[in-house]
Design a protein around this ligand. Structure first.
Ligand code: FAD
Length: 434
């Protein structure tokens, strides 16, 4: 009889909640990973670097397991079919995994749990991805928070060492199921290819975090932010470790990690936002212009607004964009161009290495003012002023828009003052009655 540890967005052996509980009893634990075709089949870009990232992380875990005489079984297929297969092969006491809060994952897990339970196998899931989940941080009347500041205050008040301590999985590593090496399917066998570009390092640099408060808003700085996004997305770094270091080194950094928990909680309590609904339903009455040619300019980074173009080109080239610039390009798309925030959300979802439904949706709805923001919709970022404040010497812009001072740099596709007037009118009309 064995236990199964199902890895998903928690791709590490150390400080992993479900793995700890699986290993603890002494029953041998078989680690598995499924390259989920329900997700992969939808990816049009066969050079998708997120698949490559996962593949590299799995390969690293496999190397660690082989040294212990164990091996992960890596499948490429549809999870329900994979489980039917595994259940025929092994006598499984229980499957252990960590919570995934996204609507698709919820449905998938419910279906798998039903298949397993029909055969007498337990499905056990744990909190691992966030510090506080679901209803752990709610108002005194048990309703969810919808504004960040009071949420963050409650989050901080609730925090004790208990929530930050690492799960000491290492002491039970001898309980992995022993078997000879099972090959990890190659990227190519699944129809994907590797791209020759580095991923952000897993190491958290103390100097970056210590100076995070002063540096985080300047996109030209290579080391202004931590680049932990992709590692948090796939669990290659533990959120508890980051939160502990933030407590030690910098409170502003901790605050950003709280934003992450906040958006996860929003998605959990209001799953409709992950399925295309505005958090504030009245914002679905706005009449977007949705001009496809303008959208194309935005995507390609040819709007004629250098800071917007630099951001989009950075995204297209690297899968990353600095947070300040994400806010600027998102505001530009929704407010200046009056293009539905869902178009921008979908584009980011395709391109971002650190794409995360909760944070991405939260960011987009914040930018379009349809989301969890106490401020009214009048905020329209002025790209020129943003540049003066955050990229004064144009270092970031010149890196991505080298032709800036040449004749062939495009003229702005829309004039700022006109766009500002237009969006205020269109929003007021859509929201009339507010
Ligand atoms: P750092 O500044 O070093 O922050 C550390 C970590 O804190 C991040 O890795 C992230 O996990 C978390 N964090 C920081 N800011 C936020 C925030 N505003 N909301 C939620 N978590 C935050 N973040 C994603 O992880 N995935 C996304 O798909 C995503 N889409 C976004 C879309 C828009 C329109 C906007 C405005 C923001 C989005 N963000 C998203 C938030 C933020 O821009 C990124 O987390 C950050 O830029 C990643 O870089 P970093 O790891 O260097 O972050």
């Amino acid at each position: 009889r064995i236990r199964v540890m199902w890895f998903r967005r928690d791709l590490r052996l150390s400080d992993n909640a479900a793995l700890y509980y699986a290993l603890r009893s002494g029953t041998p634990v078989l680690p598995i990973f499924i390259f989920d075709r329900n997700i992969l089949d939808k990816l049009e870009d066969k050079n998708d670097r997120r698949v490559e990232f996962i593949h590299a992380a799995i390969t690293e875990i496999q190397e660690q397991l082989l040294k212990m005489g164990s091996s992960m079984e890596v499948y490429y297929g549809y999870p329900e079919e994979v489980y039917i297969k595994i259940q025929k092969k092994y006598d499984i006491e229980a499957v252990f995994t960590n919570h995934d809060y996204e609507p698709y994952a919820q449905e998938r897990d419910n279906a798998i749990a039903a298949i397993l339970q029909a055969q007498g196998t337990d499905f056990k899931s744990y909190k691992d991805q966030v510090i506080f989940e679901k209803s752990e941080v709610v108002k005194d009347d048990h309703k969810p928070y919808t504004v960040f500041s009071p949420y963050a205050r409650k989050w901080r008040a609730k925090l004790t060492d208990f929530y930050l301590k690492a799960y000491p999985t290492e002491i039970y590593f001898h309980n992995f199921y022993k078997q000879s090496p099972v090959a990890v399917p190659s990227l190519e066998s699944m129809g994907f290819h590797a791209v020759d570009l580095p991923f952000p390092s897993k190491a958290l640099e103390e100097a970056i975090i210590r100076h995070y408060g002063e540096n985080r808003n300047f996109p030209a700085l290579e080391k202004g932010t931590s680049r932990m996004g992709v590692h948090l997305r796939f669990g290659t770094v533990s959120i508890r470790y980051l939160a502990r270091k933030a407590m030690e080194w910098n409170d502003v950094y901790l605050n950003e990690l709280i934003w992450r928990d906040f958006y996860h909680a929003i998605l959990w309590h209001f799953p409709q936002v992950g399925k295309g609904a505005s958090f504030k339903p009245e914002y679905d009455k706005i009449e977007w212009r949705n001009n496809e040619a303008e959208f194309e300019h935005w995507c390609r980074g040819t709007t004629g607004y250098p800071i917007v173009d630099a951001g989009m080109r950075e995204l297209n080239a690297t899968g990353y964009m600095h947070n300040r610039v994400r806010m600027i390009v998102a505001s530009f798309l929704t407010k200046h161009l009056l293009i539905d925030w869902r178009w921008g959300e979908a584009y980011f979802a395709q391109k971002l290495l650190d794409f995360d439904l909760a944070a991405n949706n939260g960011g987009w709805q914040w930018a379009s003012s349809s989301g969890c923001d106490a401020a009214p919709y009048f905020r329209v970022f002025n790209p020129t002023l943003q540049t003066e404040k955050f990229d004064k010497d144009l270092r970031y812009i010149r890196k991505w828009v080298p032709e800036l001072n040449e004749f062939n740099y495009p003229k702005p596709i829309v004039q700022h003052e006109l766009a500002r007037k237009r969006v205020l009118e269109v929003y007021a009309k859509g929201l009339k009655g507010l």
